[in-house]
Design a protein around this ligand. Structure first.
Ligand code: B16
Ligand code: MG
Length: 219
């Protein structure tokens, strides 16, 4: 029996990738590392520390900083990112999501957030969606990031359900791997080729309706 839907944040509930890009690009410019939008795509769903490691590796600067200095660089990026996300409003909720969340609640389905972002609670608040979620996984409590299934398994534990009673929704390849390895039904939002491992894909969140989710669950 379907009991819950577990959502990723960036790329599913709202699009914060552009803000992450602006903030990483600014840090990159200071360090003499040029970031492209294509490279930013690969950072989707990847946590802050690992994103910084990949950026420094891109500029062959991985060994140029101590762990403490790397923490300072990550903080510098985050401070700028936090400033940028203050401009988020409920109008930034991706199409169809607000309605879907209401319908899930009307049908007594639980709703959880499984985001790598430590800023997720702030973003949900800016979107006016804090009350819509029954639980949020705290990424600081995890030992491994996506594609490890830990975050989705933890979301199920927090909801007191088992993974085969839930659907996971993700826009990133690594997130789909995490959902699949958690033994949950996976829904991808985006390019069906990139997300070919998902059980089902929708090109945008607009197509992700309550009716379609129910049909997929009953297949
Ligand atoms: P923060 P998701 C991820 O969110 C983003 O896609 C990724 O680009 C970001 O680096 C990560 O959160 C960590 O975010 O720096 O705010 O902790 O897709 O897992 O919702
Ligand atoms: Mg995402």
């Amino acid at each position: 029996m379907l009991k819950a839907i577990i959502f990723d944040l960036d790329g599913v509930i709202t699009d914060t990738a552009a803000f992450h890009f602006i903030a990483w690009k600014k840090l990159g410019e200071r360090l003499g590392i040029e970031l492209t939008e294509a490279f930013n795509e690969e950072l989707k769903g990847v946590d802050r520390t690992e994103s910084l490691r990949r950026i420094l590796a891109l500029g062959n600067q991985e060994d140029s900083f101590s762990e403490e200095e790397k923490n300072e660089l990550a903080t510098e990026k985050n401070d700028f990112y936090v400033q940028l996300i203050q401009q988020i409003t409920p109008s930034d909720i991706l199409p169809g999501i607000a309605r879907l969340l209401v319908e899930l609640k009307e049908h007594q389905l639980k709703i959880a957030l499984a985001s790598a972002s430590k800023n997720a609670p702030t973003i949900l608040e800016r979107l006016g969606l804090s009350e819509s979620f029954d639980t949020i996984v705290d990424p600081t409590t995890l030992s491994k990031g996506k594609p490890d299934p830990e975050i989705f398994i933890k979301a199920c534990e927090q909801l007191a359900i088992v993974p085969d009673e839930a659907i996971g929704v993700e826009d990133a390849y690594s997130g789909i791997q995490a959902i699949n390895d958690a033994q949950m039904l996976s829904i991808g939002i985006g390019d069906p080729v990139t997300l070919s491992d998902a059980d089902h894909t929708f090109p945008t969140t607009e197509e992700l309706t309550f009716e379609k989710l129910m049909t997929i669950w009953q297949l």
